[in-house]
Design a binder for this molecule. Structure first.
Ligand SMILES: Nc1nc2c(c(=O)[nH]1)N[C@H]1C(S)=C(S)[C@@H](COP(=O)(O)OP(=O)(O)OC[C@H]3O[C@@H](n4cnc5c(=O)[nH]c(N)nc54)[C@H](O)[C@@H]3O)O[C@H]1N2
Ligand SMILES: Nc1nc2c(c(=O)[nH]1)N[C@H]1C(S)=C(S)[C@@H](COP(=O)(O)OP(=O)(O)OC[C@H]3O[C@@H](n4cnc5c(=O)[nH]c(N)nc54)[C@H](O)[C@@H]3O)O[C@H]1N2
Ligand code: SF4
Ligand SMILES: [Mo]
Length: 707
């Protein structure tokens, strides 16, 4: 009798690594050492057994034959994608010797790191590498291209505070989804809203596009992009003049009501209708329903911050709940980033104490300018990119590509795939996927801490970002303790910096359960601001912000562990609306381009994978039939979209999901696969009003057919 080997099968608890608010808990099936399926954990209250179109078949991405699994050195011209395998030792030697010669000739600030959230683990995400570059004396990379304006505005108004537990939204009676496309970008929030609807709530979506989410709402309000602050001020005008305010809440828990009241008088529905393109009746009805249907919830996305009014829009929207007393009950208030409730010691992770005094700061949105030498200080001679694909995700694509093509620039890219950016690298270092690494994850869309346990051994010679920096630090001779910590020690250390929210959560307990709710009140009882107590200087909602009157701010999340105030840049202390400066180009470029997220990509990640490309379809832009007709453009036709900054080609989709005058160019397509530039070849470079946020929705363009 022969014995058949028994196939080994086990399930590993892991966490989705993507820059998505949902941070799902994943169950990875391992058969004979191979990951054969990745599914959502049914016991996680948000994940509830389902992942999304991006992660459902994650094992296909992990084992994709295009994965970069070994260090590579460029052997052809920059950008052509010809590389040869080398050893880790050779790669590290070359990096160390290039760094040393650049430092001796130009100084250490000639080295520029560039990273974001390809993975958002506490170990391998936003903070990894900062200590290394600070020790090296490299230029500091300022990461403000996602949510920094809205977060700074939120801090000014409510303090770095979470207004709502995402799960408590089941208790809301009125829900406004404001500039967020939940069904694509924050899928697991939706079921709490539909549960609220079953219990009688109305769901309103405010978005210039008739998105999937707008299609499922009870009411879609399609306003012109960049006019949200005017709409919110118009709502205030109605709420105040019709005496729908919660006077008791306003008296006790806000400052600056009389100033705000005066400002709101400048925004009667008639004026707001002209600015937003909405009818007066819509503005009035929205204000009345919102004020009188309590508890009311507002879920803000990042979508509405990306214009020159982004910060003031957030100030105005964040002021609404206090005016109507929405914070009084669970399910009432506002939700931006639940992240604030995680006891993240940014200072300990980002190590701003290691920055050499006087080191220059280069904002990531200006990478093209920095590479062209249009910054103060020494030229950028070395660029190290990890967790990011700036050719697709940053403005001034033409400038970035010209910079990356510079023969005298030494570029190192740590990647899983040969992205549009990696094609320009001199050296590529192979990065592990989430299944191959240990991490611990916060969330910006719920209150659960998740442990990502490694499910398989690293493929080829890929390493986690943490290991890459351990190797680089060793090669550069850095011997501070922080460069020697193992991943396991980093997880332990994170849990040891314990704050009340983490009490009772241990590595062992997380290994067992995969995730744990922070020690916070149950969502059914979660109303932390029922009686004020906001973490602002006054302890109240700052309708008038004295801090804003004194200067601008870049919030702690984006600025090396501290809130940076800029006293020289006073802001309007009251919410306001200004017309987009880009409208000066309206005659030549009459259409307003917005570039939202794609359903099956996450930023540019997955942009090279067949399964997701089939879902998203070929590179396209969406035009309103009136605008298409004026330009004799038919649905399905190839078009060129252009402005003074650049141009791209794509297929036109002509339909009424967009407003007349607006054109939609979803982000995430790879130039190398699209055979064309992509939306960031055209986007505006100016900063928004708050937090040096980008203004890429303030982009005027023209479209013509390609024959
Ligand atoms: N026009 C326009 N521009 C935008 C946006 C927009 O909506 N429109 N959105 C902005 C926003 S909100 C954001 S957050 C940014 C996002 O910009 P990025 O953070 O640059 O996002 P991605 O383009 O997805 O690039 C992430 C890269 O990291 C790689 N990666 C994944 N995991 C790892 C890992 O563990 N290690 C290493 N070394 N690499 C890894 C992935 O393969 C991928 O190539 O884009 C911004 N730019
Ligand atoms: N599938 C998928 N999910 C993602 C991502 C992805 O790339 N793909 N990216 C992740 C990241 S990094 C982020 S930051 C989040 C972003 O999540 P969201 O904020 O939901 O992202 P967007 O799709 O950029 O914008 C949301 C909506 O805002 C609308 N919008 C644009 N301009 C305005 C405006 O001026 N006012 C109003 N009211 N609405 C406006 C857009 O039409 C869009 O439908 O999603 C995360 N999740
Ligand atoms: S991308 Fe978001 S929704 Fe999809 S599995 Fe990851 S965390 Fe969940
Ligand atoms: Mo983002």
């Amino acid at each position: 009798m022969s014995t058949q080997p028994v196939a080994s099968k086990r399930i590993v608890k892991a966490a989705c690594p993507l820059d998505c608010p949902d941070t799902c808990t994943m169950l990875v099936t391992i058969e004979d050492g191979v990951a054969t399926s990745v599914k959502g954990d049914p016991t996680h209250p948000m994940t509830a057994g389902h992942l999304c179109a991006k992660m459902n078949h994650y094992q296909e991405k992990v084992y994709n034959p295009d994965r970069i699994l070994y260090p590579l050195k460029r052997i052809g011209p920059k950008g052509e994608g010809q590389f040869a395998r080398i050893t880790w030792d050779e790669a590290l030697d070359e990096i160390a010797s290039k760094f040393q010669s650049i430092i001796s000739e130009y100084g250490s600030q000639a080295i520029l790191p560039y990273s974001y959230l390809g993975t958002q683990g506490i170990l391998n995400g936003l903070t990894v590498g900062d200590a290394f570059f600070h020790k090296l004396g490299a230029s500091v990379s300022e990461r403000t291209f996602c949510d920094s304006g809205a977060t700074s505005a939120y801090d000014f108004t409510l303090g770095p505070a979470v207004g709502l537990d995402p799960e408590s939204i089941v208790h809301s009676k009125y829900i406004i989804v404001w500039g967020a496309n939940l069904l694509s970008n924050n899928l697991h929030q939706w079921k709490f809203m539909t549960e609220a609807r079953k219990r009688g709530a109305k769901i309103v979506v405010i978005d210039p596009i008739h998105t999937k989410t707008a299609g499922q709402a009870d009411w879609h309000i399609a306003l012109r992009p960049g006019t949200d602050s005017a709409l919110a001020l118009g709502m205030m005008n109605v709420i105040i003049n019709e005496n729908l305010i919660d006077a008791d809440y306003v008296d006790n828990y806000t400052v600056g009501y009389s100033e705000l009241k005066e400002r709101a008088q400048q925004f009667p529905p008639s004026r707001v209708a002209e600015i937003t393109g909405l009818s007066e009746a819509t503005i009035t009805q929205l204000a009345r329903e919102y004020a009188t249907t309590q508890p009311a919830a507002i879920r803000v996305g990042v979508g509405m911050e990306r214009n020159r009014n982004g910060g003031q829009s957030m100030r105005a929207i964040a002021s609404l709940p206090a005016l109507v007393g929405a914070f009084r009950k669970p399910g009432g208030g506002i939700l931006q980033l639940s992240l604030y409730n995680f006891p993240l010691r940014w200072d300990r992770m980002l190590r701003p104490d290691m920055i050499k005094p006087g080191t220059r700061v280069i904002n990531q949105w200006r990478l093209g300018k920095a590479l062209a030498g249009e910054v103060e200080g020494p030229p950028v001679k070395a660029l190290v990119v990890y967790n990011s694909n700036p050719v697709v995700s940053t403005a001034d694509q033409g400038g970035v590509l010209r910079g990356l093509a510079r023969e005298d620039l030494f570029t190192v890219v740590s990647e899983q795939f040969l992205t549009d950016t990696a094609r320009y690298a001199d050296l590529i270092l192979p990065a592990t996927s989430q299944l191959e690494q240990l991490d611990i994850m916060f969330s910006w869309g719920h209150h659960y801490l998740t442990l990502n346990q490694p499910a398989i051994a690293p493929l080829g010679e890929a390493v986690p970002n943490t290991e890459m920096f351990r190797r680089l630090a060793e090669r550069m001779g850095f011997d501070d303790d922080c460069f020697k910590l193992t991943d396991e020690q980093m997880v332990e250390q994170f849990l040891e910096w314990s704050a009340p929210q983490l009490q009772g959560i241990t590595v062992e307990s997380l290994q067992e359960t995969g995730f744990a709710r922070l020690n916070l009140p149950h969502p059914d009882e979660y109303a932390p601001f029922a009686e004020g107590g906001f973490p602002t200087p006054s302890g109240k909602v700052e309708l008038y912000s004295s801090a804003a009157a004194n200067g601008n701010m870049v919030s702690i999340l984006f600025r090396e562990g501290y809130n940076e105030f800029q006293p020289g840049e006073p802001l309007d202390p009251l919410p306001n609306y200004r017309e987009s400066a880009e409208l000066q180009f309206k005659d030549q470029y009459p259409l307003n381009m917005i570039s939202p997220k794609s359903h099956a990509f996450i930023n540019s990640s997955f942009g090279n994978l067949d399964r997701q490309r089939r879902i998203v379809g070929e590179p396209h832009i969406v035009l309103h039939p009136n605008d298409a007709e004026k330009r004799s453009i038919q649905d399905g036709q190839k078009v060129r979209m252009f402005n003074s900054r650049g141009s791209m080609e794509a297929v036109a989709k002509v339909n009424e999901t967009v407003l007349p005058g607006v054109v939609v160019a979803p982000v995430g397509y790879w130039s190398s696969l699209a055979n064309s530039s992509t939306s960031n070849a055209l986007t505006a470079l100016e900063y928004a009003d708050f937090g040096r946020a980008p203004t890429f929705s303030d982009t005027q363009v023209e479209v013509e057919s390609v024959r």
